[in-house]
Design a protein around this ligand. Structure first.
Ligand SMILES: *[C@@H]1O[C@H](CO)[C@@H](O)[C@H](O)[C@H]1NC(C)=O
Ligand SMILES: *[C@@H]1O[C@H](CO)[C@@H](O)[C@H](O)[C@H]1NC(C)=O
Length: 498
């Protein structure tokens, strides 16, 4: 019966989607083993795990301020003040990492732990000591550090002046990055400048869903993208000029993206949606021509000038100078993938005028067969990940991709069979893509431990290890998925059973 339904669904939706989505699985294609140099790891971020929000001279970030000032905005009125306390208890994380046998650990540095007010002339040695100790312990155990410089925790003292809406952030961020290269670059060889620019700009500077709570969709978000891309590009050039020769590391950026399917198998619709999402960040950095995608520039300029009567586009071109700095400014693309959608162009204008929604002007929906998590946005769509990697292969000259996040939320069950299905199907999707010539070299699961899930507080869990947030010891207990992942890392293949 199911296969009949699937057959119909597949027939209707086109041949690209060759999966049995109904039970969160995907068909294996090609080699059953990853190449030997493919690496596996896990990811976390500072605000979500460290705690110690004001310990030892740390300054305030916008997430400290936001959770303290607006507890109502967090589902369980919680915050990251203590969280899993990795600042105090990193050795527990280290033990969990060793138990899994990971090749790499992706974590982020809290800007305000090292530079309490964001400016680099005021250093906090205790913060530096902490990250030195994390990095040294990882290396002593054969675990490669992947370091994210910015995972959403802007120093409050820089946000006062607009954060990513002030172009001065370019200088502040590259000064900060330069100090990180000096402090840790002798040992850290894989850097990620910024995590999930879409979330930063769309939710923080467009929809006011997260700090700095700016409601200016279609304007503020685009200003944010522009300054953020410049900060990234300037940082990359700085590394190449001053550090790359000696330190021999790689610098990339982690982009969050869904794949967009089309019910009518219309590749123009798919591509347009991809350009309005992944392309806004990836095209300036990874395309041959640089700058924002032509279709996006053209459409937003048209709306701005002809419909809204503005003097200038809400999303101006980056200009020749910045286009050249930003073009090619990454040694790899970090990809954070969680789920996918179907896209249908809207015949009526959508959303407020102006807004990013109106600019995009497409309707999003899901396949009723996609299994849903305990989050309204989250569906298991492994073929979306395979298609996304193939899209990147074809669109961006097969740039090296490191999957820097991929994971499944639940309520914290130890027997987390849904997460197991999610990891099995998604890691298989990555293997399918690798077998099909995609230049994907690394995979990091989100997340090592249960942690503070932003506006969802502690109600939504992504960890391979459970953490009892109420106990002082904060022990890390492996879930069933940790055993699966350990086996995947050991065998570099996806087992049939755990
Ligand atoms: C869907 O598009 C792909 C190319 O992207 C093509 O190979 C396939 O035949 C199309 N399927 C249908 C049902 O039109
Ligand atoms: C994969 O990416 C690396 C680093 O960017 C590059 O040197 C290599 O040529 C790419 N491989 C393929 C098959 O394109």
């Amino acid at each position: 019966m199911w296969s009949l339904v699937l057959f119909l669904v597949l027939g209707l939706f086109g041949s690209k989607i060759s999966v049995e989505a109904a039970n969160c699985t995907i068909q294996a294609k090609g080699n059953s083993k990853f190449p030997n140099d493919f690496t596996f790891g896990v990811a976390t971020s500072a605000y979500q795990i460290e705690g110690g929000w004001n310990a030892d001279g740390k300054g305030l970030s916008i997430w400290d301020e936001y959770t303290h000032n607006y507890p109502d905005r967090i589902k369980d009125r919680s915050n990251g003040d203590s969280s899993a306390e990795s600042y105090r208890l990193f050795d527990l994380d280290l033990k969990a990492l060793k138990d899994l046998g990971v090749n790499q650990y992706r974590f982020s540095i809290a800007w305000t732990r090292i530079f309490p007010i964001g400016h680099v002339h005021l250093k906090n040695q205790k913060g530096i000591d902490y990250y030195n100790s994390v990095i040294d312990k990882l290396l002593a155990n054969g675990i490669e550090p992947i370091v994210t410089m910015y995972h959403w925790d802007m120093p409050v003292d820089l946000q006062k002046f607009g954060g990513f809406s002030n172009s001065q952030i370019v200088e502040h961020f590259s000064n900060y990055a330069e100090e990180l290269f000096k402090l840790f670059g002798d040992r850290v060889k894989i850097w990620i400048t910024l995590n999930e620019p879409h979330k930063i700009c769309k939710e923080g500077y467009g929809l006011a869903e997260s700090p700095p709570l700016i409601a200016a969709s279609g304007v503020g978000d685009y200003i944010c993208y522009t300054n953020l891309l410049k900060a990234h590009g300037a940082t990359y050039r700085l590394y190449k000029e001053k550090f790359a020769k000696e330190q021999k590391g790689k610098v990339g950026i982690s982009l969050d993206c869904r794949f967009y399917f089309s019910k009518t198998n219309n590749t123009d619709d798919i591509d347009r949606a991809m350009q309005y999402t992944l392309g806004l960040l990836a095209h300036p950095i990874f395309s041959k021509t640089g700058d924002f995608p032509a279709i996006v520039l053209k459409e937003i300029e048209k709306s701005s000038l002809e419909i809204e009567g503005r003097k200038k586009s809400r999303l101006p071109s980056l200009g020749e100078y910045w286009t050249n700095i930003i073009k090619g400014s990454a040694d790899f693309m970090g990809v954070n993938y969680y789920t996918s959608r179907y896209v249908t162009p809207s015949t009526e204008p959508l959303g407020e005028n102006p807004s990013m929604e109106r600019d995009q002007n497409y309707q999003l929906d899901v396949d009723p067969n996609w299994p849903r998590a305990n989050a309204d946005w989250m569906y298991c769509v492994p073929e979306g990940l395979e298609n996304l990697l193939k899209y990147i292969r074809d669109e961006y000259d097969n740039v090296e991709v490191k999957i820097t996040e991929n994971g499944w939320p639940d309520s914290g069950e130890i027997n987390d069979d849904e997460r197991i299905n999610y990891f099995k199907s998604h890691i298989q999707a990555v293997l399918n893509a690798v077998n099909d010539g995609c230049n994907t070299t690394a995979y990091s699961a989100w997340s090592l431990i249960d942690n503070f899930e932003w506006n969802q507080g502690y109600t939504m869990k992504f960890g391979l290890f459970s953490v009892d947030m109420r106990s002082a010891k904060k022990e890390r207990t492996p879930k069933k998925s940790a055993l699966l992942y350990k086996k995947i890392i050991e065998t570099k293949s996806v087992p049939d059973s755990v």
